[in-house]
Each structure stands twice: as structure tokens, then as C-alpha cells.
Ligand binder design. Structure first.
Ligand code: MN
Length: 231
């Protein structure tokens, strides 16, 4: 192929125990998928699942040792952390049945759905799309990917976020309103999923602001941890 300028490099994640990398196709995100977080945002937690996307190059991949620096973004005074289990697909499809969905998973990681909360609040009031609040560069720091077979009991895994050593978010993936297989099934009715797709499955309660200089430590039990320094 002869391009008029060199195409952008393919965004990718490090993989625990591998030298190869996982190429990212799209980043799907689930909104309000833990009841206590839905309630802290003013909802009941009983709504149908809803989705938004981040561009693939919004991923901020950590090195194999789990560390990465995130620049504080422009246009916000209220940058929030949302710690999330990230599901990485190795196989795509349309109209995937819930019973078949887990076979499409390549691996798992812990990630952060970083959010310009002040802009999101304005956009919600105006009924406008969330892109500026959710889809900015480096808005998705993601740790190294653990292959599914090595990830342990990922559907009953503790999920935590500490900021400067203080526990801010704490939950367990058993409390996901829409389980991983149900999320894959729902998404595949709306989009043709592909190998390389990432799904950020939603955040437990306790979201809050970070400042320049903060150190974030994100963890899902059984997966490689993620350390993010906000610059
Ligand atoms: Mn989120």
C-alpha cells in the first residue's frame, strides 16, 4: 500500500510473560455497571446497559512492569479516576450468544477510564455526546494484559484503586450489573466485534478527582497491577 504519509502506529498493550504485544482495534466502555456507582451518579442501577467508545489511540499502555505517566489533560479542573476491569477480545463476531461469549476473550487487564467530570456534567445537562469528557488522548491508562487462562477467578475478583496510598475505590467484579458475557453479547448486537477490541467494563463506587503529582495504584486480583503518575 502506498500512503500519502506514514500511517499512525498501531496502539498496543504489553502482555505478561510475552515479548509480543496485543494490537488494539477499538475501546468500548460500559456506563454505570456497578449499582453503587450508578447510585452515586444519581441513577438506580437498574437501567439497560449503555456504551461509549474511546479512540484506540486514547490508550495509554503501561510498560511490562505496570508503570506509566499520564499528562493532566487540558480544559478540566476535575479529572476523575474510574478503575475498571478491561476485557481484551481475541476473536470477534456479530450477535454472539451469552453462552459463547467468554470463548472470544484473549485476556484481561486493569485500566482507568479517566474522565473530565466537569465537562461530562455540562454535556449531560445539555444532552450532548461525551466525547470531550471521555475520549481525549491518554484517557485510558491500561496495565499489561494477562492471558485469560492465567487470570484466575476474574468474575469474583477484588478491584481497587489507591491514590497516594489511600484507598479510594474498592469493589468486586461479582457486583457487575451486566456480566462480562452479557456485555459482549449486547455489544455484538450493535457492532461487529473484532480481535483487538477492548471493553472497559465499568467502575465501582468511589470515583473522585486526581491532581498533578498524584500516584495512582490500580489493581484487579489475579492481574498485573497498574501504577499511574499524573504529570
Ligand atoms: Mn467508566
Amino acid at each position: 500500500m502506498d500512503f500519502v504519509f506514514p500511517p499512525a502506529p498501531t496502539p498496543s498493550l504489553a502482555i505478561v510473560g510475552h515479548t509480543q504485544r496485543f494490537p488494539i482495534h477499538r475501546i468500548y466502555c460500559v456506563g454505570r455497571n456497578y449499582a453503587e456507582h450508578a447510585q452515586e451518579m444519581g441513577f438506580t442501577g437498574r437501567e439497560a446497559p449503555f456504551f461509549f467508545l474511546k479512540p484506540a489511540d486514547a490508550a495509554l499502555p503501561a510498560t511490562a512492569d505496570g508503570a506509566v505517566d499520564m499528562p493532566y489533560p487540558s480544559l478540566t479542573q476535575d479529572l476523575h479516576h474510574e478503575v475498571e476491569l478491561v476485557v481484551a477480545l481475541g476473536r470477534g463476531g456479530r450477535d454472539i450468544a451469552v453462552a459463547d461469549a467468554l470463548q472470544h476473550i484473549w485476556g484481561y487487564a486493569v485500566g482507568l477510564d479517566m474522565t473530565r467530570r466537569d465537562l461530562q456534567a455540562q454535556l449531560k445537562k445539555q444532552g450532548r455526546p461525551w466525547c470531550i469528557a471521555k475520549g481525549f488522548e491518554a484517557s485510558a491508562p491500561i496495565g499489561a494484559l494477562t492471558p485469560a487462562a492465567q487470570a484466575g477467578a476474574i468474575e469474583q475478583a477484588d478491584i481497587h484503586l489507591q491514590v497516594n496510598g489511600e484507598l479510594r475505590q474498592s469493589g468486586n467484579t461479582r457486583d457487575l450489573i451486566w456480566k462480562i458475557a452479557e456485555v459482549i453479547a449486547h455489544l455484538s448486537q450493535a457492532w461487529e466485534l473484532q480481535a483487538g477490541d477492548l471493553i472497559m467494563t465499568g467502575t465501582p463506587a468511589g470515583v473522585g478527582a486526581v491532581q498533578r503529582g498524584d500516584q495512582l495504584q490500580a489493581q484487579v486480583a489475579g492481574l498485573a497491577p497498574l501504577q499511574v503518575r499524573v504529570l
